[in-house]
Design a protein. Structure first.
Length: 241
């Protein structure tokens, strides 16, 4: 059983009235996934922000019923990166966590992320299904191959050393937030952020994560189109001074 090894508020020097940890969840027709995700979010998360893009299922009703305390907003732009940036702009937390709403990510992995951020001095940590102890019940051969190739290319193009570049489960201190300015609005956002941080003075790392099968809905990722976009973004990042 995962557990938190550190007092979050004490580590951050916060009072009981301060927002220590904010979670941002981008959604589009994720009602079934949210029924799994929302009840399992650990109590250390003080604020949940759901940024929804034009859902036609029961996404909004599920959020309001299970977590009436959550901040639920309509996405003003389009794309996963746009949703995350909108949520981050609203978040009050000193620690910011982003995860998908499809029910595939284990909320308890957030505890490992927090232990790294607060107990080990990391500034940014990224979930990895490819570290020992991690894995995926949702990897098809094509998805696994694509992720491996993109991770290999990312590490070569942008001088990185990640094991799982495409996984969208991230946690970071608020001081990292300025790095997100000007990043892409699509799936490339999180990979571009990892690439940019890899060339910074921030301490970055990966926490072990397990991916369960998504609950309902189809993946919004287009392997070829988004894969090529990611490679272009990584090449652009390499050219930055």
């Amino acid at each position: 059983m995962k557990h938190l090894n550190i007092d979050v508020r004490a580590a951050l020097g916060l009072s009981s009235d301060d927002t220590a940890v904010s979670l941002v969840v981008p959604t589009h027709n994720e009602a079934r996934g949210l029924r799994r995700l929302l009840p399992a979010i650990p109590s250390v998360v003080d604020e949940i922000i759901v940024v929804d893009w034009a859902s036609t299922d029961d996404t909004k009703d599920v959020v309001s019923y299970i977590r009436p305390d959550a901040v639920l907003v309509e996405q003003s732009g389009r794309g996963k990166g746009s949703a995350i940036k909108q949520g981050l702009a609203l978040a009050k937390g000193h620690i910011l966590i982003t995860c998908d709403g499809d029910g595939s990510m284990d909320p308890l992995d957030m505890l490992d992320a927090l232990n790294m951020l607060l107990g080990e001095g990391f500034d940014f940590v990224k979930g990895s299904r490819c570290k020992p102890g991690g894995g995926s019940s949702d990897f098809t051969r094509w998805r696994s191959f694509g992720n491996h190739i993109l991770t290999l290319c990312a590490n070569q193009i942008a001088d990185m050393s990640w094991t799982d570049i495409t996984y969208g489960f991230n946690a970071y201190h608020r001081r990292v937030l300025p790095v997100t300015e000007g990043l892409g609005d699509g799936f490339e956002f999180e990979i571009q952020l990892a690439a940019r941080l890899s060339r910074s003075d921030f301490k970055i790392g990966e926490f072990t994560s397990w991916e369960s099968p998504r609950v309902g809905g189809e993946s919004k990722l287009n392997s070829i189109r988004d894969g090529l976009r990611i490679l272009r973004v990584l090449w652009h990042e390499r050219q930055r001074p």
